[in-house]
Design a protein. Structure first.
Length: 179
């Protein structure tokens, strides 16, 4: 198995923290997204999503052609191979609680801020959608809306974090890593 990554990318860092919490080492290949390496061969043929991280399997398993993409999907796959320590929950209630908070943080935190950053910083001009070159313009309204949505999420996570160091219970989980 081989992980294709770009160290400065938030999703790559997501998988990196997950691997560190698991105590796992996975051989990796660093792609330079700033130079558009993900759009060049052989990487473009490996990953139809043109983004990192993505995991290439050794056994020839075909998932989305040849890879597992999306940071949480990569983490879920690795959790199945290495269940301890559990970062997705050990029973139905814990898995559902962790998944709920993880989705809330992704949808109401990570995604709005990702789009806000990509609509604000000049180096993302023409790349407002991850893994895509497009003619979509950067919009100040997206920056403002992303910031507003994040504030709502922060208000939602304050109560559970007042009771526990971690968002979904007494131990670190994928939801904390996503956060």
């Amino acid at each position: 198995m081989k992980l294709y990554d770009f160290a400065p990318a938030a999703n790559g860092q997501h998988v990196g923290v997950f691997l560190a919490e698991k105590g796992l080492k996975v051989p990796s290949v660093e792609l330079n997204l700033r130079q558009g390496q993900q759009f060049k061969e052989p990487f473009a043929s490996l990953n139809p999503f043109d983004c990192v991280p993505f995991l290439e399997l050794d056994d020839g398993t075909i998932i989305s052609e040849t890879i597992i993409s999306e940071s949480v999907s990569v983490c879920r796959y690795l959790e199945e191979l290495h269940p301890e320590p559990s970062l997705f929950g050990r029973n139905a209630v814990k898995r559902a609680t962790i998944d709920m908070w993880n989705r809330c943080i992704e949808i109401d935190g990570f995604m709005p801020i990702l789009h806000a950053v990509r609509n604000k910083l000049p180096n993302f001009k023409g790349r407002v959608i991850p893994g895509t070159r497009s003619e979509l313009s950067q919009l100040a309204a997206v920056v403002e809306r992303g910031t507003d949505i994040l504030k709502v999420l922060l208000g939602r996570i304050d109560p559970p974090l007042a009771k526990s160091e971690f968002i979904a219970g007494p131990a670190i989980s994928i939801a904390d890593i996503t956060g």
